[in-house]
Design a binder for this molecule. Structure first.
Ligand code: PDD
Length: 281
């Protein structure tokens, strides 16, 4: 079952209009939400970010956020989803093709679920990443449907046998193609500050809370590619990859080439949060 505006229907019965502005212009926003043991993880933060992304592009929500939240939870139930994701997107709707906002179109919400296991292998052993120039626009804070630079960066990583592309604007590391990036040096965790150049990751918010709870100092300041390559630990975070160690960047081994101690500590704290989440709805 999928969610189409307010209604639930079979996936095969849903019809996307070829003049939907999401399809033609990427004119819309989305969220990707984790479900653990049948319970949505960080649901409130995800829907608040969806609302904020919509606001930033002057996109009206198709109906109130509380109802959207309730429908997304129902979608999980209707599909009997235990472990996986919700993908939800809102587009500016259907109108004859013209760049400016249409006068009459109504926003369209589409959401569906994907069954998926947790990325245990990668979070246990770590991944390799490549470096690539960040060629995106200057509103990366908006979780918009326009993902072509991210798609190209991820494909380049795949071509090199890597799982993530770490992007940089000039010398400065911004974020991954679908993750936030951190380095650890002498028990201090560094990550790019929240501004228009990165997405305010929901996993990032939680990880920085857990870092502080565990007594680590957090410095939200941009760091350079050279600093990244010489640091003790690197990790990425995202809804899909959770907290994932990066043990090699391009040809450079990071630290000992094994997941680092601080990364491990944060992963343990994260497990605790997932366990707590599974207790409620
Ligand atoms: N992407 N930065 C970018 C560019 C991202 O696309 C993502 C997530 C993140 C991490 O955000 P969060 O912790 O809220 O998942 C950072 C999702 C997973 C995606 O597009 O599939």
């Amino acid at each position: 079952m999928i969610l189409f505006n307010r209604g639930f229907m079979e996936k095969d019965d849903a019809i996307v209009d070829i003049e939907d502005r999401g399809y033609q212009f990427g004119d819309g926003v989305y969220e990707f939400i984790r479900v653990y043991d049948g319970v949505c993880f960080e649901m409130e933060r995800h829907v608040q970010r969806l609302k904020l992304s919509a606001l930033k592009i002057e996109l009206a929500l198709p109906y109130p956020l509380e109802d959207i939240t309730r429908n997304l939870k129902q979608l999980v139930e209707k599909n009997g989803l235990l472990n996986g994701y919700i993908y939800a997107q809102i587009t500016r709707g259907v109108a004859p093709r013209a760049h400016h906002f249409p006068g009459s179109a109504s926003s369209v919400l589409v959401a569906y679920v994907q069954h998926a296991e947790r990325p245990v292998e990668k979070t246990t052993h770590g991944i390799h990443a490549i470096l690539t120039e960040d060629i995106r626009w200057k509103r990366c804070d908006i979780k918009s449907l326009n993902l072509l630079p991210n798609v190209l960066a991820k494909q380049l990583a795949k071509k090199h046998g890597c799982d993530e592309a770490i992007m940089h604007r000039g010398a400065t590391v911004s974020e991954g193609s679908s993750s936030n990036v951190y380095m650890v040096e002498k028990n201090v965790i560094y990550t790019h500050p929240i501004n228009n150049l990165i997405l305010n990751g929901i996993t990032r918010i939680g990880v920085l809370e857990m870092a502080r709870e565990n007594g680590f100092r957090v410095v939200e300041e941009a760091f350079t590619v050279n600093e990244l390559l010489e640091t003790e630990e690197v990790f990425i975070t995202s809804t899909a990859m959770e907290i994932c160690p990066v043990v090699q960047v391009d040809q450079t081994q990071i630290g000992s080439g094994q997941p680092g101690r601080v990364t491990r500590t944060l992963q343990q704290a994260f497990e605790h949060r997932i366990a707590l989440n599974s207790g409620g709805n």
